[in-house]
Design a protein around this ligand. Sequence first.
Ligand code: ADP
Ligand code: UDP
Length: 237
Amino acid sequence: MEKRDELYSGKAKSVYKTDDPGLFVLHFRNDTSAFDGTKVEKLMDKGKVNNIFNAFIMKKLEKAGIKTHFVKQLSETESLVKKLDMIPVECVVRNLAAGSICKRYGLPEGQEISPPTFEFFLKNDELHDPMINDYHIASFGWADPAHIEEMKKLTFKVNEVLKGLFEQANMLLVDYKLEFGLSDGELLLGDEFSPDGCRIWDAETRRKMDKDRFRQDLGDVIETYKEVGARLGIDFG
Ligand code: ADP
Ligand code: UDP
């Protein structure tokens, strides 16, 4: 496998073509952003930590029967993935209230959400990722109804697998965002699962262990990501 031209550079990762038209290389960079790209910083080791963290989680999900784009980790900061036609929506499941749902509905941070709730957002920074519903996705042609249902089902299935995994390591999975895409008509989990795209709290103290440390200037961002990984048994080398 040979890495070829850069296809796209996002806020945190770059996507490269390869000599195989069905495979891309994802390069996890140290760039960190929040608030639709308005707060930006480079954090040492972030690319490496998120790449290794994501590889660990994707393998766990595959083992649990969730099909993902992940093929293999190539280096400290790069992974090989299947090329997807990305669906431009973010799928969010929440177990505890935090972030935008608190502001939107006046909920206190940390309130249990039972049963866990689901939200779709349009992936569009210029529009500030507005919340959308199934009808918008179907009517505007972002995905067809069968794939909409499957995205919901799979995002909840990820909760079943990961909630327990974090609980065993004395952490709470508060919420997370997933992105899906199509490969030969098949829906696969794409993008990444790392502390950049979810909320994780220490189960006893409720200390924030995710990107809220960056958003809220709490310090020790990558040190804390490494602690989350270490508790899950991830070796960052
Ligand atoms: P953003 O687009 O939010 O700035 P990133 O910096 O993480 O995000 O960029 C990665 C981009 O690659 C995202 O747009 C994501 O949707 C896309 N992507 C993730 N996995 C794949 C894949 N397997 N095939 C094609 N594109 C992908
Ligand atoms: N999230 C994300 N990318 C986004 C928006 C949200 O990864 O563009 C994640 C975020 O880290 C959290 C979950 O999705 O784990 C729910 O985010 P929320 O709607 O509360 O938005 P925020 O508070 O980040 O504005």
